[in-house]
Design a protein around this ligand. Structure first.
Ligand code: PEP
Ligand code: CO
Length: 450
């Protein structure tokens, strides 16, 4: 990975074709920002990234489950304590449901504190009668439907850095400062969730956890002094798409001498940028963080094996996560050969299921959406493929929000086509709302138990 004798450096990606990079209008202005960023404090510490690798190593060995969840695209406009807290609440709730129902520890990673850049299928998009340069996430340009708003602006890199920093600060405060305390399980259930069937089912789990804690106390276990009951390890991640930004936050760890991308604990490569000879794979090969790669339906076994060799030549469990996203109809057939090939080659990969990105479509009313049933069907296919190959279905990777939005169809409180317009708030892909997320956690927990 970080072989000092190799030709890798934080900027060696520049010698490779880099897909999906913004067309910055002024290279000088970009360089000035990147130089400034390179002097700013890292957002995470390399030791934390190593802890996450260890935890993901447990997942690779089939001893833990990964829950990676959050926004499709974070926004510069929806940035407040409540939104961060509510997203964290839903993820904590899902993790409690998964852990309590399956008995397997849950590794928690947010798509948060840096998830600002979006790959696009086309460089332009139609908004009403206008054809505009595509919105590429708030790291790059603005979503407003004007040509001026769509011009990439390097000042946004700095704003993303600062927003990531304050988001991470609040997440650390919540997860280490008492908010994520297991005695608080009831308070994570938001009003609009609590009133639903899934919310009541969650409440039942929360009651049982209370009883278990009281039982332990009655047996003489001093629960007050058990840090595991009062603090949670919560990690950050994003698609490391805009490589100049990632390079500027890459630092040499003073303890080990290795390079880490200190913009997040984990970073991943998207489906559109995983070319073996491309800049993203080159950059990822040299950083010590745990890394992910999205695998779409066209992925071949040769590509998967080459990614393993390139990104995890030392075969460190937890270093590499493959996130399949093939669509409900293709997952079983598409995934099984990859599982077999990677297993036979002896590569310790974490397998996670992104049941969102292969199941997106646009309604006649013009809303990009996903059906809850398709999402579940892809997860079921993912579990079935693992059962057939004798491998561990390591986790799920989902887009969600704590808010009461209407972006994905279906779920127990059925959201219909005609409901989508009422609270459709995402800047990019449709997200599960709080109720649908809890619903999903119960379904996944049942699959894990099975
Ligand atoms: C995403 O995770 O938001 C995304 C764009 O995914 P993919 O690269 O799998 O299409
Ligand atoms: Co998305």
């Amino acid at each position: 990975m970080n072989d000092p004798s190799s030709s890798w450096s934080p900027r060696s990606w520049r010698e490779h074709p880099a897909a999906q990079q913004p067309d910055w209008p002024d290279e000088g202005a970009l360089d000035a920002v990147l130089k400034q960023m390179a002097t700013m404090p890292p957002l995470v510490f390399a030791g934390e990234a190593r802890q996450l690798t260890d935890q993901l190593g447990q997942v690779a060995r089939g001893e833990a489950f990964l829950l990676q969840a959050g926004d499709c695209a974070e926004s510069f406009d929806a940035f407040g304590a409540d939104a961060i807290r509510d997203k964290l609440k839903v993820i904590l709730q899902m993790a409690v449901v998964l852990t309590y129902s399956s008995g397997v520890p849950t590794v928690k990673i947010g798509r948060i504190a840096g998830q600002f850049a979006k790959p696009r299928s086309s460089p332009t998009e139609q908004v009403g009668d206008l054809v505009l340069p595509s919105f590429r996430g708030h790291l790059v340009n603005d979503i407003a439907p004007t040509d001026a708003a769509r011009v990439p602006d390097p000042q946004r890199l700095l704003q993303a850095y600062h927003q990531s920093s304050s988001t991470l600060n609040l997440l650390r405060a919540f997860t280490k400062g008492g908010y994520a305390d297991l005695t608080q399980v009831h308070t994570w259930n938001q009003e609009f969730v609590a009133s639903s069937a899934q919310g009541r089912r969650y409440e039942q789990v929360a009651h049982e956890i209370d009883r278990a804690l009281r039982f332990m106390a009655a047996c003489g276990v001093n629960t007050a002094t058990q840090p595991n009951l009062h603090e949670v390890d919560f990690f950050t991640s994003h698609e490391a798409l805009v490589l100049g930004y990632e390079e500027a936050l890459t630092r040499q760890d003073s303890l080990t001498g290795r390079w880490y991308d200190c913009s997040a604990h984990m970073i991943w490569i998207g489906e559109r940028t995983r070319q073996l000879d491309g800049a993203h794979v080159e950059f990822f090969a040299g950083v010590g963080n745990p890394v992910g790669v999205k695998l779409g339906p066209t992925t071949t076994t040769d590509e998967a094996l080459a990614l393993c060799e390139r990104l995890n030549p030392d075969r460190v469990p937890g270093r590499l996560t493959f996130i399949s996203r093939m669509g409900a109809a293709k997952i079983e057939e598409g995934l099984a050969p990859l599982l077999a090939a990677v297993r036979n080659a002896g590569h310790p990969v974490v397998w996670a299921c992104d049941p969102m990105h292969g199941n997106t479509f646009t309604t006649e009313g013009g809303h990009k959406t996903r059906r809850f049933d398709d999402i579940l069907a892809e997860i079921r296919g993912f579990f079935a493929a693992h059962a057939a190959e004798g491998t561990w279905p390591g986790g799920v990777h989902v887009e969600l929000t704590g808010d009461d939005v209407t972006e994905c169809l279906g779920g127990a409180e059925e959201i219909l086509d005609t409901d989508l317009g009422s609270r459709y708030e995402t800047m990019c892909d449709p997200r599960l709302n709080g109720r649908q997320s809890i619903d999903l956690a119960f379904e996944v927990a049942e699959l894990l138990r099975g």
